[in-house]
Design a protein around this ligand. Structure first.
Ligand code: NAD
Ligand code: GDD
Length: 324
């Protein structure tokens, strides 16, 4: 009889963690989830869901009380531009996420966990390579000399290095991905941590026909956005491979933020004006570079941005209606 694989998902009450639990369950894993809080938008499908604070070493010990085949470390203090680029949360972000990673990497190594996935970010890439909105550079080998534009990015880079050091010195079996703006249903949409796709969907859904939405910056800054289902597929491929990373998991369909706003407006079927206002903007341009992941994992996204935004808009429109 084949033994059931067991997985721990840290941050299972969050956006990517919540979706990952569902995927692992479909694949036949026994799953334990852990988070500071329950999932806001769905009942977790984890076999066990532990409410606990991973900054506390004893909580980490308790959730790692058996030999896990796979640990997914997604827990972090994070958010979109309105959270990480204002500077107000810098020490929380660095302390909270740093402590979680310090605890988890050491225990995973001591307890000889099968494999550990660490979720890094495109925010580790140097600001100086992302000044031209039509031609940003985010290949994996462009990370150094390091110059992330946020403390969030610096913590991610430090933790990447720490997971790699445990790999070299203690044989920890790690996989590291740098996510590029992942979006979809069941993510933050109105709590100050929402990223541009959710924020723009919310603003459009809340605005009556003939109205106006506010978009931060001049709207010419660029990004790429990856739909959640694609992200999960890439995570699982990376975990099942021998490739350690760090590797980008993102889309190469780059778009200016005002064009993203217009796409959402078009999907809504309303006539809405876009007004650009000052706000936290982050780097001028960013796009995933997928050469490495294509070569190593034969993976590339298959869902066009618009399809993912249509699904996300429909979900956020329902949240907005339920909230009134
Ligand atoms: P999220 O905020 O929805 O999920 C993170 C979860 O971690 C939250 O549910 C939060 O409660 C939990 N958490 C925070 N501190 C904790 C603690 N001390 N103990 C236990 N749980 C704690 O974020 P997400 O979008 O699902 O992101 C998951 C991971 O991917 C994060 O590490 C994030 O930095 C990384 N990432 C995400 C994106 C993206 O676009 N979503 C991009 C780059 C990197
Ligand atoms: N959040 C948000 N809300 N962003 C807006 C808004 C708005 O109402 N209006 C315009 N924007 C602009 C921001 O100013 C920024 O220039 C761009 O949209 C993208 O913002 P976000 O989606 O919030 O964040 P990001 O792409 O700069 O960074 C995100 O992605 C990283 C990985 O690529 C964050 O989620 C990071 O935490 C993540 O690591």
């Amino acid at each position: 009889m084949i033994k059931k694989r067991i997985a721990l998902v840290c941050g299972a009450g969050g956006f990517i963690g919540g979706h990952l639990v569902k995927k692992l369950k479909k694949e036949g894993f026994w799953v334990r989830g852990v988070d500071l809080k329950e999932h806001e938008f769905c009942k977790s499908e984890a076999d066990e869901f532990v409410i606990g604070d991973l900054r506390n070493l004893q909580v980490c010990r308790d959730v790692l009380d058996r030999s896990f085949d796979e640990v997914y470390q997604l827990a972090a203090d994070m958010g979109g531009a309105g959270y990480i680029f204002t500077g107000e949360h810098d020490c929380d972000v660095m302390h909270n996420s740093g402590t979680i990673n310090l605890n988890m990497v050491d225990l995973c190594s001591r307890l000889q966990v099968g494999k550990v996935f660490y979720s890094s970010s495109a925010c580790i890439y140097p600001e100086y390579n992302q000044r031209d909105p039509s031609n940003p550079k985010c290949s994996e080998n462009s990370a150094y000399p390091a110059a992330p534009d946020s403390e969030y990015g610096w913590e991610k880079l430090f933790s990447e290095r720490m997971y790699m050091a445990y790999h070299r010195n203690r044989g920890l079996n790690v996989r590291i991905a740098r996510f590029h703006n992942i979006f979809g249903p069941e993510g933050s949409w109105n709590n100050g941590k929402e990223k541009a796709p959710a924020a723009l969907c919310r603003k459009v859904a809340e605005t009556p026909n003939g109205g106006c939405i506010e978009v931060w910056g001049d709207g010419k800054q660029t990004r790429s956005f990856l739909y959640i289902d694609e992200c999960l597929e890439a995570i699982r491929r990376l975990m099942d491979s021998d490739f350690l990373g760090p590797v980008n998991i993102g889309s190469e369909e780059m778009i200016a933020i005002n064009d993203l706003a217009r796409m959402v407006i078009d999907i809504s079927g309303k006539i809405i004006e876009v007004r650009n206002i000052p706000g936290p903007t982050g780097v001028r341009g960013r796009n995933s570079d997928n050469h490495l992941i294509l070569a190593k994992l034969d993976w590339k996204p298959s869902i066009p941005l618009r399809k993912g935004i249509e699904k996300t808009y429909a979900w956020i429109e329902r949240q907005v209606k339920q909230a009134v």
